[in-house]
Write a protein that binds this ligand. Structure first.
Ligand SMILES: Cc1cc2nc3c(=O)[nH]c(=O)nc-3n(C[C@H](O)[C@H](O)[C@H](O)COP(=O)(O)O)c2cc1C
Length: 335
């Protein structure tokens, strides 16, 4: 792929971890960062309202180790989005992303998320106001369309309009959102995936940076898509089988593959810090249940770091001891 046409903002988007409400919070992101030092991470969606009217620090605080980190915003009022970015500007985010892909009822009633694909003029106003608030990249995450929108002309029209307002980076979930009759979960599975449509957009709009999202779970296929597109964004696979992040990162950077034991020990040290600040172990381990997926000790790991951490919320040695045991099982398998 010819990257020379594009403005280089210095952010590597070859591997991105998708924004996921209730999942990609700061503890999860700390874990993902250890697994994939080169990935671009995203916050959960935070509404502009929450940042403007509530305690912004609650929504924006994070650990510096999470960088590079994109803040995903939800909203459709330009002035509020502008203010939200102003509030967020001292937190060191690498980019600000507008959610135009989420189909939940709650989001639709606030008139933002995927329903905005039908109203590109509003999105134009939003991204223009966002761009005025920052010199960091402003990007958009969207679907290939909604409801009965024509996926050819509809997506072209949408991206052309948004691009005319100065956005050149799009994360595209390669399926439509059906706004009536499907739950958000169904909307992530039922509308068929159409990678071809996203590939066509990337080909016909070489000046745009198009990152592919949706349904990517197989490591070899992901590597193929990373070569075909400028990057991929992984959601559920990153969460449920997190070690894939380490494998993809090591493959791309040619660095040595991270060791699960070292990751678990580093997370135990992180948990000690979080506990000192008033948190508990389970807040952290709930994001780590998939670390040993596919291995003999996977079930034991899930039980220990899931259940035992709940029963002994301040005993971070559970993580260390369980990791030690699970890794010894891997070595027995290899021997
Ligand atoms: C639990 C969960 C929460 C999500 N929350 C958000 C969100 O806050 N903002 C957003 O743009 N997409 C959200 N998504 C959608 C993902 O970012 C992603 O687009 C979708 O899961 C498809 O990618 P995948 O097949 O790799 O999971 C969420 C997905 C899940 C599973």
């Amino acid at each position: 792929m010819n990257h020379s046409l594009k403005f280089d903002d210095g952010i590597n988007r070859q591997l991105c971890v998708a924004p996921m409400m209730d999942w990609t919070n700061r503890h999860c992101r700390y874990f993902h960062r250890l697994l994939a030092p080169s990935a671009l991470l995203f916050t959960e969606m935070v509404t502009a309202d929450a940042i403007c009217h509530a305690d912004p620090h609650r929504f924006l605080a994070h650990n510096d180790a999470e960088h590079p980190l994109a803040l995903q915003l939800g909203g459709s009022e330009p002035e509020k989005l502008h203010r939200a970015i102003k509030h967020a500007s001292e937190y060191g985010f690498s980019e600000f992303n507008l959610n135009v892909g989420c189909p939940s009822d709650r989001v639709q009633s606030g008139r933002f998320g995927a329903c905005l694909m039908a109203e590109p003029e509003i999105v134009q106003d939003c991204v223009s106001a966002m761009r005025e608030a920052t010199d960091k990249p402003v990007t958009v995450k969207c679907r290939i369309g909604i409801d009965d929108m024509d996926v050819d002309s509809g997506l072209d029209n949408f991206t052309d309009k948004i691009a005319a307002s100065g956005v050149s980076i799009f994360y595209i979930h390669a399926r439509k959102a059906w706004l009536k009759g499907l739950s958000p979960k169904e909307n992530r599975n039922i509308p068929p995936l159409d990678y071809e449509r996203v590939a066509k957009l990337a080909k016909t709009r070489p000046e745009l940076t198009i990152i592919l999202n949706g349904g990517l779970i197989d490591r070899d296929e992901i590597i193929r898509k990373q070569n075909e597109f400028e990057g991929v964004m992984l959601g559920r696979a990153a969460y449920k089988t997190p070690f894939i992040l380490a494998e993809l990162d090591a493959y791309a950077t040619k660095n040595i593959l991270a060791e699960k034991k070292a990751i678990a020990f580093a997370m135990a040290d992180y948990a000690d810090m979080v506990i000192e600040q008033g948190g508990n172990l389970h807040q952290i381990t709930r994001h780590m249940l998939g670390l040993f997926t596919g291995e003999r000790a996977a079930k034991y790991w899930r039980q220990q770091v899931g259940e035992a951490a709940r029963l002994q919320p301040y005993n971070t040695d559970i993580l260390r001891e369980t990791a030690e045991f699970c890794c010894s099982q891997i070595h027995r398998e290899v021997a």
